[in-house]
Design a protein around this ligand. Structure first.
Ligand code: R5P
Length: 313
């Protein structure tokens, strides 16, 4: 039987791109919000005996997105779906990965348990924030990376200004080291710098020190996400002060909460590269921003999952 591919209401354009690459049309859903905020989410097609694929980020408003997904999956199960695979390009709550004090919730684990409770068979995400958390998930899982796509795009731009042999890749914190090293592997002769960052309070950032020399370099700051922008702003100002010649920013998820765009627009940088794991209208207000699509890596993940006798691709 034909598989069903769904986009709920937060990754519409990305899902269309994936659907076009696979030649598999998007199936229709019905999402209703009641006056009191409760959600109704159901497939318009009978999912009985079908393999179902859903593309749905847990992005802002994250709690609504989560309930839409859980309720939609419940509906698919009640139809009698055979298999349910959820692609969660941006996995909200993945920063809440540990308890610091007695009694602290570990919300990243709770989300996993909720996904299991509705009997999702498999999940797939892109640049999951915390590998420590990811490793604790026992659902069948895949973590794709957009870092290679981002690095290729940034490299094109850096070649245009003939700076490809003068690159310093910067990780804004210890957690991002592996990601930044993967990014740096696309630039022969690049150097590397990393920053020690602390958070005096929630959403506040303080740079303690930086290892590596950025003087006269074309710097590329690589992170998995931009939320308030606080981290990048601190790092940009620091490397500028230390003599950076050019500054590029590459990050997978553009959350861009609060007045992040306003603050980022004031930065004296060359360009910001983000992906489309999170779709929002506000991104068009971000100056000097290029968006790289992750549709190709999601389509590559999905292709082998369709059985040969499905005949759709
Ligand atoms: C931290 O571990 C992450 O990789 C990001 O650096 C951070 O969460 C970005 O948040 P903000 O933009 O609010 O500083």
């Amino acid at each position: 039987m034909k598989p069903l591919l769904f986009s709920l209401d937060c990754n519409e354009n990305l899902s269309k791109e994936v659907s076009n690459i696979l030649g598999l049309p998007l199936s229709k859903d019905n999402i209703i919000r009641f006056a009191d905020g409760e959600v109704f989410a159901k497939s318009k097609e009978d999912a009985e005996g079908r393999d179902c694929y859903i593309i749905h980020s847990l992005s802002t408003p994250v709690n609504d997105r989560l309930m839409e997904l859980l309720i939609f999956v419940d509906s698919l199960r009640r139809y009698g779906a055979k298999k349910i695979v959820v692609i969660i390009p941006y996995f909200g709550y993945s920063r809440q990965d540990r308890a610091f004090k007695k009694g602290d919730p570990v919300s990243g684990i709770l989300i996993h348990n909720l996904l299991k409770a509705v009997k999702i068979d498999e999940i797939c995400c892109v640049d999951f924030h915390s590998m420590k958390l990811y490793e604790q998930y026992d659902l069948k899982k895949t973590n794709l990376t957009a870092i290679n796509l981002l690095a290729k795009k940034v490299k094109e731009r850096i070649k245009e200004i003939h700076e490809e042999n003068n690159v310093c890749v910067i990780s804004p914190d210890a957690g991002g080291l592996e990601r930044a090293k993967l990014f740096a592997s696309h630039f022969e002769n690049s150097t590397f710098a990393d920053v020690k960052k602390t958070r005096p309070s929630v959403n506040q950032v303080k740079l303690e020190e930086m290892h590596g020399d950025v003087d006269g370099k074309t710097c590329i700051i690589v992170d998995d996400l931009i939320d308030t922008g606080g981290t990048l702003i601190e790092v940009c100002e620091y490397v500028k002060e230390k003599g950076a010649k050019n500054i590029f920013i590459a990050a997978t998820h553009g959350i861009l909460s609060g007045n992040a765009i306003e603050k980022l627009n004031k930065l004296n940088i060359n360009e910001i590269f983000l992906t489309n794991t999170i779709e929002s209208n506000i991104i068009q207000n971000l100056n000097k921003c290029s968006v790289v699509s992750v549709a190709s890596i999601i389509a590559e993940f999905l292709k082998p999952r369709f059985r040969k006798d499905d005949n759709e691709i």
